[in-house]
Design a protein around this ligand. Structure first.
Ligand code: ZN
Length: 293
């Protein structure tokens, strides 16, 4: 049995970490700079981010590898460093986590299968390489996150299952339809995701990004109505993005705003909860307090 399922036997709710991307930007990551290169050039800062979430009380942390696939790194001319940068990402989070859980983060490649920009074979090799590198660096589980294309997610999940001993967490990003209900940009509902992934045996499913807790409560209900019996993980944004007076994006929900809705999200059926864009160690600390009270 994997680490996450093992810990869930003794603890009803686990708290995950908060944002990495917006945190790296706050630490000086420039637009157009490769976030994963910081695992080598700014190790101390990446370690600081990882530690800040552990210090906030989270049960698990991710790795700075969301865009670390060979296809993404290629756009920075860093494709030859794919294995190394992912392994470093996991080693840094492992150092911060101690014996807590490390989730190796993998995002989509950005190449569209249906447009012929990549092939199933290429995607399989790309996800095999990245997940193997994260496992080599000490990841307990792989979180395939922010996916919108079910076919790409299936290939990624297959690659993780066939080439690593890591637990596989799958989360997609859903948008609210004007008519009610939720779909990814590619038209996939939580029910489609569940049935599409079923035969590949994901260990945990859920949703990340694109929504605050309010919408995530509805998404969790959709998973449950579809018969989901797997643990459900939610990485929610700090509310829906808004623009400030300088037209810069910001996320409005405070730690208290999120803390106040946590119990409703758990009652709906989520058992692993953390943050995505705009969430900070302060948000995670609040979630930990609510769970412990
Ligand atoms: Zn996000």
């Amino acid at each position: 049995m994997g680490r996450i399922l093992e810990v869930l036997k003794n603890k009803k709710v686990l708290i995950s970490d908060g944002a990495w991307g917006t945190f790296l930007q706050a630490e000086g990551l420039q637009v157009g700079e490769c976030p994963e290169s910081w695992n080598e050039t700014n190790r101390a800062t990446v370690l600081k981010i990882a530690k800040s979430y552990i210090d906030a009380g989270s049960d698990m942390i991710e790795t700075n590898s969301f865009g670390g696939s060979r296809l993404k790194l290629k756009s920075f001319g860093l494709e030859e460093k794919t294995f190394e940068l992912n392994k470093l990402a996991a080693e840094i989070s492992r150092e911060a986590a101690g014996n807590k859980i490390v989730l190796g983060s993998i995002g989509p490649t950005g190449k569209l299968l249906m447009m012929g920009e990549t092939s199933e074979e290429e995607l399989y090799e790309v996800y095999k390489e990245q997940s193997s590198a994260l496992e080599a660096g000490g990841a307990d589980a792989i979180v395939l996150e922010t996916f919108t294309d079910l076919e790409e997610l299936k290939i990624a999940l297959k690659a993780v299952k066939e080439n690593t001993n890591c637990e596989a967490v799958c989360t997609m990003t859903f948008d609210e339809l004007l008519t009610g209900g939720f779909r990814t940009m590619m038209g996939i509902s939580p029910a489609d995701m569940l049935s599409g992934l079923a035969e590949l045996n994901p260990d945990v499913v859920g949703a990340n990004c694109g929504n605050g807790f309010e919408n995530m409560i509805h998404i969790v209900k959709e998973f449950k109505i579809a018969g989901c019996e797997l643990p459900i993980l939610i990485h929610a944004n700090a509310g829906m993005p808004e623009l400030d007076e300088n037209s810069r994006t910001f996320f409005p929900e405070t730690p208290d705003d999120m803390g106040n809705k946590l119990n409703e999200l758990i009652d709906a059926g989520a058992c692993i909860v953390g943050g995505c864009c705009g969430t900070t160690p302060g948000h995670i600390k609040k979630l930990v307090e609510v769970v412990n009270s």
